[in-house]
Ligand binder design. Structure first.
Ligand code: TYM
Length: 338
């Protein structure tokens, strides 16, 4: 009898991006760019996290449109929808169901320590809702639902990942090995791209337009924004995030986009002015984003194709999610299903 050789199971990658605004160069360098690099060696699941997005008020029509746009951006960035599972969080009910259970295994004190919650609560003082507070629990549910091994994210999500691991370990401690404990995947260069106007702060899509490069900005806009980026007055091109955050940010952007190591870039640009540094940075950004933008334009014109992918993948994602969810429900003692 011939032996059946089972293909080796690949480790699982899960990550998500909120469809809550214009995606920035920070989202691209810190997360998106790495997604497609992983898709051959891992089983990759990339979610459009629309449920997270409503923790701040959204215009419904805009949110719906942005979900579709994010699906197009995922594919335009190089994700092959045949290899990577791209789907909408709200299409998979397991996210909310597991999130509720995990809420009962997460302490208020843990959530109180989350810096993103504190920042967002300060920014949206008129709408500090419970969803904003339990946001990291939903994120833990996203990850744990798929028995994820690794989570590619920017450094701002590290604290959420640590909470996810703590909650999973706590649950496993009570019920046995139900969840895989995920590891963060945070790139060495570019895991925190800074604002162009206030380079001591993270580049963020919720800040004013001139503080970030948007993924779909045209070349002239990219050049203009980078030309106006805040630097310093000592005129030396050197990597020193503490004392020269603006210059260091531009060097990180170039390096993360494949222009060379920070050391080789500083050696190459030594003695030149900030004008040259900015021109070179803009060239790198435009060259990196151009193929994505061209592909995006084609994809977004075919809504039927994108909807088809989201519909089909929601079925697969529901199937995979329910495998974990049923196990968890049984462990906690929910009534059996006939
Ligand atoms: P979101 O939508 O804010 O950002 C998406 C990804 O982009 C990264 N990022 C950055 N990286 C470098 N520099 C920056 N300036 C920068 N800004 C954003 C973020 O770290 C993130 O990786 N909570 C998540 C979404 C999420 C998720 C998940 C991620 C929900 N569930 C499960 C991983 C796994 C968020 O708000 O990302």
């Amino acid at each position: 009898m011939s032996e059946i050789i089972k293909p080796e199971k690949k480790p699982i990658i899960f990550s998500g991006i909120q469809p809550s605004g214009t995606l920035t160069l920070g989202n691209y360098i810190g997360a998106l760019k790495n997604f497609s690099l992983l898709q051959d060696d891992y089983d990759c699941i990339y979610c459009i996290v629309d449920m997270h997005a409503i923790t701040v008020r959204q215009n419904p029509a805009d949110l719906r449109r942005r979900c579709m746009e994010l699906a197009a951006i995922y594919i335009a960035s190089g994700l092959d929808p045949k290899k990577s599972l791209i789907y909408c969080q709200s299409h998979v009910t397991g996210h909310a169901e597991l999130s509720w259970i995990l809420n009962c295994f997460t302490y208020m004190g843990e959530l109180n320590r989350m810096t993103q919650y504190k920042d967002k609560a300060a920014k949206h003082a008129d709408n500090i809702n419970a969803g904003l507070f339990t946001y990291p629990v939903l994120m833990a549910a996203d990850i744990l639902l798929f028995q994820t091994n690794m989570v590619p994210v920017g450094v701002d999500q590290k604290q959420h990942l640590e909470l996810c691991r703590d909650v999973a370990q706590r649950f496993n401690g009570v019920y046995g090995n139900v969840f895989t404990i995920p590891e963060p995947y945070i790139a060495k260069v570019g895991s925190k791209i800074m604002s162009l106007q206030e380079p001591t702060r993270k580049m963020s899509k919720s800040d004013p337009d001139d503080t970030f490069v948007a993924l779909l900005d045209d070349p002239d806009t990219i050049r203009r924004k980078i030309k106006r980026a805040v630097t310093d007055s000592d005129g030396e091109i050197r990597y020193d995030p503490e004392n020269k955050p603006g210059v260091s940010n531009l060097l990180s952007i170039m390096s993360a986009l494949g222009a060379g190591s920070i050391e080789s870039l500083t050696a190459e640009l030594a003695g030149q002015g900030y004008g040259t540094l900015k021109t070179r940075t803009a060239d790198c950004v435009i060259a990196a984003l151009e193929p994505l933008q061209n592909e995006y334009k084609k994809l977004i014109a075919d809504k039927g194709y994108l909807q088809g992918i989201l519909d089909e993948n929601a079925k697969t994602a529901n199937y995979l999610a329910n495998k974990t969810l049923r196990k968890v429900q049984k462990k906690v003692g929910f009534a059996s299903r006939g």
